[in-house]
Design a protein around this ligand. Structure first.
Ligand code: ZN
Length: 250
């Protein structure tokens, strides 16, 4: 049998209010929160949230969302030149091109970007309205969409990656905190000297349990994710270049 160390066994003390009970309750609370967060992450990774069925979606936006893709909403116009409902109502509804539009309040589940919020596109639309010919409008919209894919889509993807990294870092921090608590709690329990020495040797540090090792690793991962997210920054010069290119066709 391993020798006992000198760590006091709090549970053996006859005191009216047991501080260890409070500690245990708090730890259980934090643990259940962390588990809920971890489960959420496993089933719903931040970078690809599942789309809810149309019946459960929020009402469509009442203002144009500009260059931000909008899922699960209805569109007017053409597949190559989508017009959101706010832009249709406020700008395109009373024009001669309406009967030529194949999309008439057409529901589209996948994220779609409005092509009719910019002054440049609206000018093209009015020119097409004057002639009744949409060929130039659609050709220009296709070219504009190609540039969007190479610029705005890249910027949005990078932003989503950063957000995912920050979210992951936060979860790792919570988990590291939990494991550090468990490790501290293990330390309060009277571990044998032999067992304690074993953790020290395995981990190369001073821990009461394996949770202490995990806590340190999770803390390091959280720090690394945080640094990566912050150092990636807003993409600096490359994003500025992409924004400038998009501004030239938006
Ligand atoms: Zn719009």
């Amino acid at each position: 049998m391993a020798q006992r160390d000198t760590t006091p066994n709090f549970s053996a003390l006859a005191i009216p209010h047991d501080p260890l009970a409070d500690f245990q309750a708090k730890m259980n609370e934090i643990l259940s929160q962390a588990n809920a967060q971890l489960q959420q992450t496993e089933h719903h990774p931040p970078q690809s949230p599942p789309l809810p069925p149309p019946s459960e979606t929020e009402p469509p936006p009442t203002t144009c969302q500009g260059r931000t893709p909008v899922p699960n909403t209805s569109w007017y116009g053409w597949p190559d030149c989508c017009i959101c409902t706010p832009c249709f109502t406020s700008f395109a509804a009373n024009t001669p091109l309406v009967p030529l539009m194949p999309l008439q309040n057409q529901f589209e589940p996948s994220p779609t970007v409005c092509d009719m919020y910019s002054p440049r596109q609206r000018e093209r639309y009015l020119a097409a309205s004057a002639t009744g010919n949409v060929d130039e409008l659609l050709a220009a919209s296709r070219e504009r969409s190609a540039v969007y894919t190479e610029t705005v889509a890249v910027i949005l993807e990078r932003e989503a990656e950063r957000e995912a990294m920050v979210a992951r870092a936060e979860i790792m921090r919570v988990s590291a905190g939990n494991n550090a608590l468990i490790d501290a709690y293990s330390g309060m329990e009277s571990l044998g000297d032999e067992e304690r020495e074993e953790w020290r040797t395995d981990a190369g540090g001073v821990y009461s349990s394996w949770n202490g090792v995990v806590a340190e690793r999770e803390g390091e991962e959280a720090d690394a994710l945080w640094v990566a997210a912050v150092e990636g920054g807003d993409g600096g010069e490359e994003v500025a270049r992409l924004e400038a290119r998009w501004a030239g066709v938006e």
